[in-house]
Design a protein around this ligand. Structure first.
Ligand SMILES: [Zn+2]
Length: 69
């Protein structure tokens, strides 16, 4: 289990997320401003952080079968 720090692209507040694997891809919501985004984490590094709208967020939730940590 690794703690990954994610800096929100909208409000620049840090969030922390724990992941079990080296790779993560899925939707993420900022705890502060509730901005929704798509995250890709590879080898404990955030390699993609793309803001998305509600519609895309829920589509991703349904599409990805996100592992719930
Ligand atoms: Zn934010």
């Amino acid at each position: 289990m690794k703690m990954i720090r994610i800096t929100c692209p909208a409000c620049h507040v840090d969030s922390q997320m724990s992941i079990k694997d080296d790779l993560f891809y899925g939707p993420f919501v900022c705890w502060k401003c509730k901005k929704k985004m798509i995250l890709r984490i590879e080898h404990q590094q955030v390699t993609e952080c793309t803001p998305i709208d509600d519609e895309e967020y829920y589509a991703q939730l349904n599409a990805n079968h996100i592992r719930r940590y």
